[in-house]
Design a protein around this ligand. Structure first.
Ligand code: NAD
Ligand code: ZN
Length: 374
């Protein structure tokens, strides 16, 4: 009898330890004009007058008017950063060194304002302020041992889900990979749809499609579960409303902001798939930005996601978006091989998309034939 109980206990324990215990953003404020409450949010988090808040802001917002909207106190610092290129580990390390050298105390916190690029840089800087070494050493899963400093994310474009995810995706010397850790997730997010109104149309489409593709890959993946499905379905419906419906710009901004949040929540407990794996290859070799890279790949994935590729083409048409062509046709053999190797190294993405025996279902030749069409 005793032996039997032990066996049952072990079964329960092993089942429980298979589940991943994810952090969620503990605090979020939503609404037009909610940026105006940032001062009140930061005040109790200020450790001393010598421990500033560092605002990392997309340089699109560099203006006196925007500066006046930030609740700056004491020695707070604003650093404007270009989002023209994907964030790099070297860039994060330089920012961290600069902040350490400029102040005697660790900052009270980091506030990231911008799209996925600025949000990821901010998460990585916050993590690295609490940890030793270089950020490339933390690219991977659960390599961060110690908490970083308090960090706030304020998205200004919708789609990546970076505001809610536990990763900060960086281009390192050897790989494009996130700092995936419990300490990466923002402590506070401010969702203010007013910040979205200046987003240019093409960028709106590309980053919005990142969200649509998150949902497609999550909902069609083998890792799908009720948790991911519930968020993924909501986000997918919102994307269809935004990109195929006829809502006012204000309604669309609000819907896409929430689609991004739900899309991020959906992949937190599942995974992305073929488009993301291949887009990572494009981005690593050619520096193609994430949103457009996903679109470039996704248009050719009818064999994997037939119905959604059809919807995607309808969205392209409705918004008169023309994707660039001949991106890969001139690539050297070596560059193509690197791209394929990077894509194939994204094992969990392939396993989610095609199942445990994914290696028997995809080949370097098949990837090359898709890349050649881009
Ligand atoms: P982005 O941050 O790269 O910005 C794209 C462009 O839009 C930039 O030129 C920027 O200046 C501009 N922009 C942003 N907000 C604007 C506004 N309100 N008005 C006018 N212009 C504005 O865009 P993104 O697509 O949000 O982010 C892409 C990055 O996100 C990639 O580096 C990718 O790796 C990362 N990403 C991260 C996650 C995650 O979970 N951490 C998920 C997906 C993608
Ligand atoms: Zn994505």
């Amino acid at each position: 009898m005793k032996i039997k109980e032990d066996i049952v206990d072990k079964e329960i324990i092993s089942a429980v330890t298979d589940y991943r215990n994810f952090p969620m953003v503990p605090r979020v404020i939503y609404g037009r004009g909610s940026l105006g409450q940032l001062g009140d949010i930061l005040l109790p988090k200020r450790r001393s007058t010598d421990a500033p808040f560092i605002f990392l802001v997309d340089d699109f917002f560099e203006s006196d008017t925007f500066l006046r909207s930030l609740p700056l106190l004491f020695s707070d610092q604003v650093i404007y950063i270009s989002a023209n290129e994907e964030p790099k580990t070297s860039q994060v390390d330089a920012l961290v060194n600069n902040i350490r050298e400029s102040f005697d105390e660790l900052p009270s916190g980091i506030v990231g304002i911008g799209g996925g690029t600025l949000l990821d840089i901010s998460k990585a800087v916050a993590v690295m302020l609490g940890n030793r070494g270089r950020s490339e050493q933390y690219q991977g899963w659960d390599l961060v041992q110690r908490p970083g400093v308090y960090h706030v994310g304020i998205p200004t474009i919708s789609g990546t889900g970076a505001e809610v995810s536990r990763t900060a995706v960086l281009l390192g010397p050897n790989k494009k990979l996130g700092i995936n850790s419990d300490h990466t997730t923002f402590d506070q997010v401010v969702l203010d749809p007013d910040l979205l109104k200046t987003v240019p149309k093409e960028q709106w489409f590309y980053t919005g499609m990142d969200c649509f593709i998150h949902c497609v890959e999550s909902l069609n993946g083998t890792y799908l579960n009720a948790f991911s499905q519930s968020y993924g379905e909501k986000s997918y419906e919102l994307c269809k409303e935004v990109f195929l419906g006829d809502f006012s710009p204000k309604d669309s901004e609000e819907k896409l902001m929430m689609a991004s949040w739900h899309g991020g929540m959906s992949i937190a407990y599942s995974q992305v798939g073929v488009a993301h794996a291949m887009s990572y290859g494009l981005s690593y070799v050619l520096g193609t930005k994430h949103g457009i890279g996903n679109c470039l790949v996704f248009q050719h994935l009818d064999a994997f996601y037939p119905e959604d590729v059809r919807l995607f083409k309808k969205m392209l048409q409705k918004h008169k978006i023309t994707l660039p062509k001949n991106i890969c046709s001139q690539l050297s053999k070596g560059a193509m091989q690197k791209m394929i190797a990077i894509a194939l190294s994204m094992e969990p993405l392939w396993e989610n998309a095609l199942g445990k025996d994914w290696k028997s279902k995809i080949s370097a030749e098949r990837l090359e034939s898709i890349y050649q069409k881009i």
